[in-house]
Design a protein around this ligand. Sequence first.
Ligand code: PNS
Length: 163
Amino acid sequence: MKKRAVYPGTFDPITLGHIDIIKRASKLVDELIVGVLNNNSKTPLFTPEERVEMIRESVADMPNVKVMAFDGLLVDFAKQHKALFVVRGLRAVTDFEYEFQMAQANRIIDKDVDTVFLTTSNAYSYISSSTVRELASFGGDISKFVTKSVEKKVKEKIKKRNK
Ligand code: PNS
């Protein structure tokens, strides 16, 4: 049976930090499924379809990575795809409490779903999607945070939103 893991998130938009985690996590399993949360309470900049598309483009050179949107509980999504574990990236100690709570909650909901943390590479430890959105909304340079293609899409989106 294929060894599979799920890497969930909002990915609004996908950053170089996410791509780093995807690359490294994909080496630990036969198949990595990137799950894009569909029913987020936050109002996203990009639709789930746009986010899925941007991630697909970013992982085009990683043959064992699949990208799909999901609704509802992460543990159900992980079970549905027979994932052995969930992957999350840890940037700094500030991520820890939220991640710890989420991992514990998920294990209470379903004791079989474990979370594996990968610490981000140093170069990406300060990057987050919210920083990218905020920087871009003030016309800042996001080229060190996202791929060229994502940079273009973020700029277009912000321009449209400000019209
Ligand atoms: O990139 P994010 O926004 O930090 O990702 C958060 C995500 C999508 C992993 C989390 O919100 C999630 O799993 N949501 C699905 C609903 C769920 O299962 N909630 C229970 C976990 S406490």
